[in-house]
Design a protein around this ligand. Structure first.
Ligand SMILES: [Zn+2]
Length: 371
């Protein structure tokens, strides 16, 4: 655990460690970067270090305070995130006062998921905004006497989701320091924050994770096997949260469909091909098609790698099928195929009609492989 909980992001770790070492941690921090790259995780870890009984630069992860921060139940830590608006909610209510039992249950269960895995993205039904009442709580709670040693930390997840009122209230809070409290904002959409809020925080940028970082983390933290973790790592767009969702998805089925689709394109059965085009255009949304194209790319990458004599393929269980393919299609121009798949991906992102995209992919792929 400790800083190891944060995957990659060595630059970020170094910045924060230095600030702690020099006792120059700012009162307001803004962690921003692509979704699922660990901004929340770093915020929770920093809160843990600031409250750990045994350590100054890293957490011990064994003391009572570390445990309480990890389970998101430490009295010094205040978590703010989007919540639903309760029935007849009044400005004087606390943010939870008017929520129904079901809504409260939903909130509790999301917090529990986050405490089990800090990369989990809190997703509460009808919780579209951070309410002003949540921001008002900051002052109320931080003015209470401190419960234990350590530092009070307020973490605002998805801080770009503050309502205008909430953002203005936060701005006031930032203008008048609230004692010895550290405020950490996280966001994957920095541009949506008020410039005046950004300028009052020290911004720290998080980077997309590399496929290698994601793959290793999946194997070590989630017990995902080598093949699966490599496939997921290349579909996750640099986001570990996205990778976790893919672990739970029917990815194997999707991969088999993608490989079978390639096989079908190469058969000379126009009826079957047109049936498949229909099915994909009807059943797949753009995200699913993007996934399919990436899986196809991965398969052709494996063909190329095996053909060149390396064994470092991703689809380990497909080795004999790939070898068979190599023996049948001896003169493939791989650059052209990767180019075609990349063009198809960019058309997909430009919102071109799906049926047309798939149809033209089939025609062109068939042409490039058979010629
Ligand atoms: Zn500790």
């Amino acid at each position: 655990m400790s800083w190891d909980v944060l995957i990659g992001q060595n630059r970020v770790k170094e910045i924060i460690k230095k600030q702690l070492e020099n006792q120059r941690l700012p009162h307001a921090l803004l962690f921003y970067g692509p979704e699922g790259t660990g901004m929340d995780v770093a915020a929770i870890q920093l809160a843990k270090i600031l409250n750990c009984k045994n350590a100054k630069l890293d957490s011990c992860d064994t003391c009572e305070d570390c445990l309480k921060v990890r389970t998101l139940q430490h009295p010094n830590i205040q978590l703010i995130f989007p919540l639903p608006v309760g029935k007849n909610e009044q400005p004087d209510d606390s943010p939870y006062d008017k929520l129904s039992d079901d809504e409260l249950k939903d909130v509790m269960s999301e917090i529990e998921k986050k405490s089990n895995n800090p990369y989990h993205q809190i997703n509460i039904d009808k919780a579209n905004f951070i309410k002003i009442t949540s921001i008002r709580e900051i002052r109320k709670k931080t003015s209470l006497t401190i419960f234990s040693e350590g530092k009070k930390v307020v973490i605002i997840f998805d801080s770009d989701k503050m309502t205008d009122q909430a953002a203005n209230a936060l701005l006031k809070t930032l203008e008048e320091p609230i004692g010895d409290t550290v405020l950490i904002l996280t966001t994957s959409n920095k541009d949506a924050l008020l410039p005046t809020i950004i300028s009052r925080c020290q911004s720290i940028r998080f980077d997309e994770l590399t496929p290698e970082e994601i793959s290793i983390a999946l194997q070590q933290k989630e017990n995902v096997d080598l093949q699966q973790s490599n496939i997921i790592a290349r579909l996750a767009n640099g986001s570990y949260s996205r990778a976790l969702e893919l672990v739970k998805s029917d990815l194997n089925e999707r991969r088999d469909e993608a490989i079978n689709f390639i096989a079908q394109i190469l058969t000379n059965n126009p009826f079957k091909i047109s049936q498949t085009i229909e099915k994909i255009s009807k059943d797949y949304d753009r995200v699913a098609i993007e996934q399919m194209l990436l899986l196809m790319k991965m398969w052709f990458r494996d063909v190329l790698i095996l053909k060149e004599g390396s064994q470092k393929i991703i689809n380990l269980d497909q080795k004999s099928r790939i070898e068979k393919f190599i023996n049948i299609y001896k003169t493939i121009n791989f650059n052209e195929i990767f180019e075609l798949l990349d063009t198809t991906l960019s058309l997909l992102r430009k919102n071109v009609y799906i049926h047309l995209i798939i149809f033209s992919l089939v025609i062109n792929l068939k042409k490039k492989i058979s010629s």
